[in-house]
Design a protein around this ligand. Structure first.
Ligand code: ARG
Length: 466
């Protein structure tokens, strides 16, 4: 069977590329997924070419008809992609031209360099919005889980040592805040993705009177006031990929947040902690040890951050030494971008689903939170209220902890005399300091894990997310 001649080599070349070169340079194996946007861009470009008189109404009609048919075939899995035609742009255009001779006019004033930048920007716009909405759902899952166990208190840790008691919900709301910044960053980067490169040609625009504003408008590259958003420099438009880097950077940070949340779940679900129970559906067994229930979903969520950070590094490295403007190296951007979008979205979605089915072992948390040492700082604050300078109060409570340890007693079971032996300013009321509920009521600062404040934050997020 005769192979289709690569469009980009017509005329100048006596022969087609060798098979190994074709294999090495093709991108259709991964950029086919841009097809929707490639067709959309072509439809709009054709409409503009008709308006400026480059193609007739009849030619426009035939182009639209065949592009739509090709789109349907791709959608139905009936379209044959030809690797010898290199990429999604040439595959679609060649097939269009085979069906409608006017297809040969479609590339007027256009290069694959502005075309690929356009397709990627349109593809990424959708991905950014999809991911942002998935992040919202994840936040809602966290708020839901926190709300279901709103009374549960557990130890908060620094240096992986028990530090101070916090509500379980407060711990989860910390992630809600992180994911909210991820969400905001995604929406922010949308602004720079949503700028239209079409009409910038290969590097230097065109001598033809292309209507860039018209194509930008029709493709939705507009601001809130419906003003078209155009790349303002043709060289920048075809050579930079900072919109992709920015997305990959935000996604990498999101992946890092997901990884930390996953790590908390892995730790909390160990027999040693036993704070939460991950539903069986989100765990796997061991092929050898019958008793095992492994948190593989959380582990993979943690692990995927590695590849996503790697994708960002790959993109930055790809760009750093490139001379202006388009260089074929840029074809390497797509797999990294696609990989980041796919894996981060999948991770956000599965984490949201897993959290919905995670249960909390309230008694275990409560027992851990009952450790009186968690309130040592409150004890120092008590002395501060009696006029003791904080450094001295800290020292006194440290001494008390040592005394309790020596006597083999919990801190809250020291006698008043033992308290007063360390600092005479301890009064009878000191023994009441260890009541956990009142301790949580004493925390009233905005942002603190106090009873009222955590309820307020839960209510605020519920309102924001639901
Ligand atoms: N497949 C190419 C890419 O992804 C499309 C642009 C090709 N442009 C070129 N001048 N060879 O970058």
């Amino acid at each position: 069977m005769k192979k289709a001649a690569p469009v980009s080599r017509s005329g100048r070349f006596a022969a087609g590329p060798s098979a190994d070169v074709a294999r090495f340079t093709e991108s259709i194996s991964f950029d086919w997924r841009l097809w929707r946007f490639d067709i959309l861009g072509s439809l709009v470009h054709a409409t503009m070419l008709r308006k400026i008189g480059i193609i007739t109404t009849a030619e426009h009609r035939s182009i639209v008809k065949e592009l739509e048919a090709i789109g349907r075939e791709i959608h139905d899995g009936k379209f044959t992609w030809k690797p010898e035609l290199e990429d999604v742009h040439m595959n679609i255009e060649a097939e269009l031209t085979r069906r409608a001779p006017a297809g040969a006019k479609l590339h007027t004033g256009r290069s694959r360099n502005d075309q690929v930048a356009l397709d990627m920007r349109m593809w990424l716009r959708c991905e950014v919005l999809d991911l942002a909405s998935a992040v919202r759902d994840l936040q809602a899952s966290l708020v839901g889980l926190g709300g279901r166990y709103a009374d549960v208190i557990l130890p908060g840790y620094t240096h992986m040592q028990r530090a101070q008691p916090v509500y379980f919900a407060h711990h989860l709301l910390a992630y809600v805040e992180m994911f909210d910044r991820d969400y905001q960053r995604l929406l922010d980067c949308y602004q720079r993705v949503n700028v239209c490169p079409l009409g910038c040609g290969a590097i230097a625009g065109s001598t033809l009177p292309l209507d860039r504003e018209m194509t930008a408008r029709l493709l939705g590259f507009v601001d809130a006031k419906n003003r078209p958003l155009l790349c303002q420099n043709s060289m920048d438009a075809v050579s930079d990929r900072d919109f992709a880097v920015e997305f990959c950077a935000h996604a990498a940070l999101l992946a890092v947040h997901l990884s930390r949340l996953a790590e908390d779940l892995v730790l909390w679900s160990t027999s040693e902690f036993n704070f939460v129970r991950i539903s069986d559906a989100y765990t796997t067994g061991s092929s050898l040890m019958p008793q095992k229930k492994n948190p593989d979903v959380a582990e993979l969520a943690r692990g995927k951050s590695g590849r996503v950070i790697g994708n960002l590094m790959a993109l930055l490295t790809l760009l750093k030494g490139l001379p202006m403007t388009y260089n074929r190296d840029l074809q390497e951007d797509k797999e990294r971008l696609f990989d980041t979008a796919d894996h981060v979205r999948a991770t956000v979605n599965i984490m949201a689903a897993m959290l919905q089915q995670t249960t909390v072992n309230a008694e275990v948390c409560q027992a851990a939170a009952a450790d009186p040492l968690l309130l040592a700082t409150d004890l120092a604050d008590y002395l501060v209220c009696k006029g003791v300078p904080f450094r001295q109060a800290h020292h006194a409570v440290g001494t008390l902890v040592g005394v309790a340890e020596k006597l083999g007693k919990p801190l809250n079971l020291l006698s008043l005399a033992e308290f007063q032996a360390v600092d005479a300013r301890f009064g009878k009321d000191v023994l009441g300091m260890f009541e956990l509920q009142s301790a949580m009521h004493r925390k009233q600062l905005p942002g603190s894990p106090g009873s009222k404040e955590v309820r307020k934050q839960l209510a605020r997020w519920r309102k924001e997310l639901c």
